[in-house]
Design a protein around this ligand. Structure first.
Ligand code: SF4
Length: 323
């Protein structure tokens, strides 16, 4: 049976501005997310990448209305998310796994209570025995055992804590998970295990992911499509292989040039591009293209207007006036 919707999750013209105190009585507007749009099909993974401070975590939080968006819309199965009831229902279907497994789990709660809390909130069991059984199943799903249930989060390694966080997210049987840099705080050897687990869970449960990361190698592995963010804007978006093999935007090209490649011929022919200068403050955005202060291809025209995303190859979009 075909779905009545093309996309499970759709974000349209999302803006998230914060007022930051400036001087004694004034304030300045920080445009953390500025006119971001994308859509994710059911069962698909969209990787959202960019340097820290580019607004990618704010996108995840604004989608869940953890911050009330300044403007723009979020649709779930074609329905606009608006109002308390629809937000609560949306948060049951779309869960979040947080970056830091050390601070996102309450140290005073046992693993059973951490994983059981969403079951309690959404009243997802008939009696105590069923609650315990569900917790046991969830722990098993993420590679832990029922022996772990009575222990506290601080007794676990970073990778195990992230497994507990994932079990908590799975407790409400969501369709979609926003994974906010879920492996950045983990050792490289553990990162691969957790990424593999996300992929296995997706195969088994048909999950849809928005996978946020600053590391392009991490998202390459798991994503069907990738969106690259810079200073609150999506500057390039397309199929993962296309972005890797034919990046179009100068920023994506520089990000990719920094990814280590285990092929000496490739490394000889592809020089690393080191970007000049720092990322500008989002409180002091450059005029025109947000990347122009660091772009090796910038010209005077780049200061004139914000480049819009345009299709540079089938389903591959980039925002640069020189493409
Ligand atoms: Fe660089 Fe200009 Fe393109 Fe922006 S519009 S990415 S500054 S060339």
């Amino acid at each position: 049976m075909s779905n009545k919707y093309d996309y499970l999750l759709e974000v349209k013209n999302l803006k998230q501005y914060f007022n930051i105190p400036n001087g004694l009585f004034g304030s300045k507007q920080l445009k953390a997310v500025d006119d971001v749009s994308f859509a994710i099909k059911e069962g698909e993974t969209l990787g959202l990448v960019g340097e820290s401070g580019c607004g990618k975590t704010t996108v995840g939080r604004s989608i869940l209305h953890l911050y009330k968006p300044t403007s723009g819309e979020v649709y779930y199965k074609n329905e606009l998310i608006s109002g308390r009831k629809s937000i609560n229902n949306f948060r049951k279907n779309v869960q979040m796994v947080f970056q830091d497994p050390y601070s996102s789990l309450d140290p005073r709660m046992t693993v059973a209570d951490i994983v059981g809390e969403p079951l309690d909130i959404h009243k997802l069991y008939a009696n105590k025995a069923e609650r315990q059984e569900k917790i046991k199943e969830l722990l098993y799903t993420v590679g832990l055992t029922s022996d772990h249930a009575t222990r506290y989060a601080h007794e676990f390694s970073g990778g195990q804590r992230q497994r507990i966080g994932i079990a908590r997210a799975l407790a409400v049987n969501p369709n979609c998970i926003i994974c906010d840099e879920p492996v950045s705080a983990l050792d490289v050897s553990i990162q691969a295990q957790i990424i593999n687990m996300f992929e296995e869970l997706q195969d088994k449960m048909g999950l849809t992911y928005l996978f946020i990361a600053h590391d392009l190698l991490v998202v390459k592995h798991i994503s069907d499509r990738i969106a690259v963010m810079y200073l609150g804007h999506i500057v390039e978006m397309g199929p993962a292989n296309e972005i890797y093999n034919h990046p179009a935007h100068p920023y994506s090209i520089s990000l990719l040039s920094a990814v280590p490649v285990p092929d000496p011929d490739y490394a000889r022919n592809h020089k690393r591009i080191v970007l000049e200068g720092d990322v500008p403050s989002p409180l002091n955005m450059p005029s025109g293209c947000p990347f122009r202060t660091r772009c090796p291809r910038a010209t005077a025209e780049c200061a004139e207007a914000m480049p819009q995303l345009k299709e540079v190859a089938p389903d591959h979009f980039a925002a640069c006036i020189h493409l």
